[in-house]
Design a protein around this ligand. Structure first.
Ligand SMILES: [Zn+2]
Length: 168
């Protein structure tokens, strides 16, 4: 379920020594490493996914990262609930934020809004105090700012009503 960069160590051993391709086993599946036009790609058995390996030069050699479809470099990629692709933590927990989503389509916009709402309600659930000395607490004010930016004005209006009530 998790693809760890250390899982492909064996294959990388040969790549680092100049091999054009190599293979090994990761997450119970056979993988193949292949260098194409200078870029290193990871292919997993039975999968239709090609994962780009980002190579970064460090002082003593090269560090390799798994590259998610969103462009993020990570040490670990996770199999999505649909079990089709490995993606970074961010893309797995917030699939609707992935770059594949067209925010301007009707469907995309709806999914994006839903996702924002879930995210905001999570933030909201962690805020225990709304007021301090007759004012919004710093955290609550920040939360309202996010609501406003996301276009959830009813939340902001309700809070303002509460604030007025608290002060009268
Ligand atoms: Zn990602």
């Amino acid at each position: 379920m998790v693809l760890d960069i250390s899982d492909i160590k064996r294959g990388m051993y040969w790549i680092k020594r100049g091999a054009k391709d190599s293979a090994g086993v990761a997450d119970g599946l056979v993988y193949i490493l292949k260098r194409i036009n200078g870029n290193l790609w990871l292919n997993i058995e039975g999968g239709n996914q090609q994962i780009l390996l980002s190579e970064q030069d460090i002082r003593f050699g090269t560090r390799v990262y798994l590259t998610c479809e969103c462009g993020k470099k990570a040490n670990k990629l996770y199999l999505t609930p649909e079990g089709k692709k490995y993606k970074c933590r961010g893309c797995v927990s917030w699939p609707y934020q992935s770059t594949s989503l067209n925010r301007h389509s009707k469907h995309g916009k709806m999914l994006y809004n839903t996702n924002q709402m879930i995210r905001l309600s999570r933030i909201r659930s962690k805020i225990k105090r709304l007021f301090h000395n007759g004012q919004f607490t710093h955290r609550f004010r920040r939360y309202l700012g996010l609501c406003e930016r996301a276009g959830f004005m009813s939340e902001v209006n309700e809070a303002n009503k509460l604030l007025t009530a608290v002060n009268t």
